[in-house]
Design a binder for this molecule. Structure first.
Ligand code: C2O
Ligand code: CU
Length: 470
């Protein structure tokens, strides 16, 4: 059992670590070259700093080291695989050179235990990104193989401090260890995915984030969970959303909780307008009543400023080119399957198979009637063409659709113009059950681009395709 004592002990430890700045960074190295070595490790996800829980980690910590580059800078990373499994690294959200995208089976071969791979690429857009394993990711990410990649604006916005919060959801057994017996469980894959029972922020149980009244903070939030959606709000504050999936938006103070699906990121500007000595929760109310997943703990010091200037925009980032809808190549994407989905049959290995055979092979989802085969792309286009995809979620489950190598704009949801259409750029869109959404982008990055659900058990279970840009 995870006991209350463990929780309390964890909270204290978390306070110390988050207060001290949390993750390790590689700024010392000039921010452009790094080593990432995934290996079994122990991490204090229960708050037990001395002993830790067995995980898989990059360079021994969960999250792995935070990588920081300036926009336009080149990053080179040497991966050395010290895991007992093949692996690779994907740089989620980066408009990257295709050969560096890290998708085993599509853009590179798996990196075997004891082997290495050199990633070298430039980061063309400022924003909050992340990296994670892209081989057997439903297990490897769930064991802790992820980290943050921050691409700084040339002129960063005038904030006093930045705080990065990587949220994860672990499935632990009664002894507090990672529940290994349920890795790959078809029941999970056919439902929401591997939903856990233990939330961490920066690899620690809910704890305190030290704040001083009057500070202006930039919060970078990453959802690294393999299945759980978070719905965030900050008690007692009018925090403004300033970027989604790395891209600046016109800042707004959301009236409802902000949904953050697996793979998505949200940047907030948080003006610390609370009282000295106050404690305000970061709440998640995605599935249950609001529950705290961290606390903004104010010191007793008097406010560092009494008034805040108007909000800085993060809008220095380049916007992707606007898709030309009159000339766009159009495709439909029907998402089917899963529990209560009524999928009768689908193509697998080039043949039509019934549900029993599909389930035996772990394929419980289909896209356009194909259960995970990658022999043909969804769309094949010349470079530079606009592409519009009409996605229909004909299932009983939400799905976080992620496109590699590009950012898209969501044009319409259920027939109505989507908020931010043509202005907001994302790499992952959360599709609600039965939702229909149209997305568009200019296919200007050549290569083979994976397009899949970021509920990673769904991806493995067949919810995947790709887009070819020639
Ligand atoms: Cu963040 Cu294909 O993944
Ligand atoms: Cu899904």
């Amino acid at each position: 059992m995870i006991t209350r004592r463990m929780l309390l002990k964890g909270a204290g430890a978390a306070a110390a670590l988050v207060g001290a700045g949390g993750c390790q960074t590689l700024a010392e190295s000039g921010g452009i070259s790094a080593q990432l070595t995934p290996a079994p490790a122990r991490a204090p996800i229960l708050g037990d700093i001395e002993s830790g829980t067995p995980v898989w980690a990059y360079n021994g910590t969960v999250p792995g080291p935070t990588l920081r580059v300036k926009r336009g800078e080149e990053l080179s990373v040497r991966l050395t695989n010290n895991l007992p499994q093949d692996t690779s690294i994907h740089w989620h959200g980066i408009r990257i050179d295709n050969a560096m995208d890290g998708v085993v089976g599509l853009t590179q071969d798996a990196v075997a235990p004891g082997q290495g791979f050199d990633y070298r690429f430039t980061c063309p857009d400022a924003g909050t990104y992340w990296y994670h394993s892209h081989n057997q990711s439903w297990e490897q990410v769930a064991r802790g193989l992820y980290g943050v990649l921050i691409v700084e604006e040339e002129t960063p916005p005038p904030v006093d401090r930045e705080i990065t919060l990587v949220i994860d959801d672990w499935r632990l057994d009664d002894a507090g260890a990672i529940h290994e017996a349920s890795f790959g469980a078809l029941h999970d894959w056919a439902h929401q995915g591997r939903v856990g029972n233990w939330v961490t922020v920066n690899g620690l149980p809910p704890g305190d984030i030290a704040v001083q009244a009057g500070e202006r903070l930039r919060l970078r939030v990453v959802n690294a969970a393999t299945a759980r959606i978070f719905a965030l709000k900050i008690e007692g504050h009018a925090a403004q959303v300033a970027a989604l999936d790395g891209f600046a938006v016109d800042p707004y103070a959301p009236t409802n909780s902000v949904l953050v699906a697996p793979g998505q990121r949200v940047d907030y500007i948080l003006d610390a307008t609370g009282e000295p000595g106050g404690r305000y929760a970061l709440l998640d109310d995605a599935y249950t009543d609001a529950r705290p997943i961290s606390f903004f703990a104010y010191s007793d010091a008097p406010p560092v400023r009494a008034q805040f200037d108007s909000l800085p925009s993060l809008g220095e980032t380049r916007s992707p080119p606007a898709p030309d809808l009159s000339q766009a190549l159009r495709a439909d994407l029907a998402m089917e399957g899963g529990a209560m989905g009524g999928l009768g049959q689908a193509m697998m290995g080039g043949e039509m198979k019934g549900m029993r055979e599909l389930a035996q092979a772990g394929r419980v989802w289909a896209m356009n009637g194909v259960a995970g085969d990658l022999d043909k792309p969804l769309v094949s286009t010349k470079r530079g063409r606009s592409v519009a995809i009409a996605m229909t979620n004909d299932t009983a489950w939400p799905h976080a659709m992620h496109l590699h190598g590009h950012h898209f704009t969501v044009l319409r949801i259920d027939g109505k113009p989507a908020p931010g259409a043509g202005k907001t750029w994302r790499d992952t869109h959360l599709m609600m059950p039965r939702e229909r959404a149209e997305i568009a982008f200019v296919a200007d990055n050549p290569g083979k681009w994976y397009f899949h659900c970021h509920m990673l058990g769904h991806q493995a279970g067949g919810m995947r395709t790709w887009i070819e840009v020639r």
